[in-house]
Design a protein. Structure first.
Length: 297
């Protein structure tokens, strides 16, 4: 599968502060990728590296198989949705038309109309959510092959958020079906609705990545009478272990469920999966460090 964004051993530091550490990841062509992680995980840094606003400290990042910077092919909506405060909504559309060879004026106007924006309103007088809507309209009207959105729905009310995500899905399903989208968000339910791939960053590192269906098919919760993680079969890679007096619950990664009468193994939902990868680096260390007794069968 062709990768539109490919990072290898990518590091980014701000002074002595690591923002990305040894990140190797790939964004497949035509995918809609959700980028998730706690505050400060490195999501904005990754998006800014992908559009060439930042340069790596070490390692490489390639977009369309070359160093980032092919701006005509990339739409980027930064977290703070920078616009020209003194220019009106209509001015922004005119500017977009001048600057972008593939500008789709009809699409821009439709997005602005659907978002209920007044073309005569100055951008500096728009609310945070309205600014985000205008920034998205400008980004999609470029007809980019790669659309990078940094927390685009953070400032939107629930109705506007739904409209925004619908607009995004229209863009990828109708206007630009070959487009690849990477969007960061803390709202997992939104990501589950629109994304087919996921990258989980935590503490500057990639903790999980892949197709959402594949991730869901390989992550399980296993509940059993209290036992040590190292008594489980090697095919089960234990991500987390929690024990009560009598019971052990393991979050595991496995190619397929492993049947055993002594335990119950059920698929992990997306939210639990992401929270596990976000909350800690992979660990086989139990939360409760007391040694577990022999399994009771
Ligand atoms: N310009 C900067 N100068 C110094 N440190 C920075 C700068 N930008 C980001 N950082 C640091 O780099 C790390 C990653 O920041 P980044 O903004 O990429 O995270 P994020 O995952 O987008 O966070 P959030 O969800 O809060 O937006 C953080 O520790 C942050 O403090």
């Amino acid at each position: 599968m062709t990768a539109i964004v490919e990072a290898r051993a990518l590091h980014k530091r701000y002074g002595r502060r690591p923002a990305l550490t040894d990140c190797t990841l790939s964004v497949p062509a035509g995918s809609v990728v959700g980028l998730v992680g706690p505050n400060g995980a490195g999501k904005s840094t990754l998006l800014q590296l992908a559009c060439g606003l930042l340069t790596p400290t070490a390692g490489t990042i390639e977009v369309f198989g070359a160093p980032p910077g092919q701006l005509a092919r990339v739409g980027f909506v930064a977290q703070d949705t920078p616009l020209y405060p003194a220019l009106t909504v209509a001015d922004h559309l005119r500017l977009g038309a001048r600057l972008n060879p593939r500008w789709d004026a009809a699409l821009a106007e439709r997005r602005v109309r659907q978002a209920g924006l007044d073309p005569a309103q100055k951008a500096g007088r728009l609310s945070g959510g309205q600014r985000a809507q205008l920034a998205l309209a400008l980004a999609v009207a470029k007809r980019p092959e790669l659309l990078l959105l940094d927390e685009p729905v953070a400032a939107l009310d629930p109705l506007a958020r739904r409209a925004f995500l619908q607009g995004l899905m229209e863009f990828v399903s109708e206007a630009e079906p070959q487009a690849t989208v990477v969007l960061s968000s803390h709202l997992l339910s939104d990501l589950e609705r629109v994304c087919d791939h996921l990258i989980v960053l935590a503490d500057s590192r990639v903790r999980a990545q892949g197709g959402i269906d594949d991730l869901l098919a390989t992550h399980f919760r296993l509940t059993t009478a209290r036992r040590d993680a190292d008594t489980l079969p090697a095919a089960l890679h234990v991500l987390r272990a929690e024990h009560t007096e009598r019971q052990s619950t393991f979050t595991v990664r496995a190619e397929a469920p492993v049947d055993d009468p002594s335990w119950v193994m059920e698929p992990l939902g997306l939210e639990d999966l992401v929270l596990h990868h976000m909350s800690a680096a992979e660990t086989t260390g139990p939360t409760d460090t007391r040694p577990a007794p022999e399994p009771q069968r």
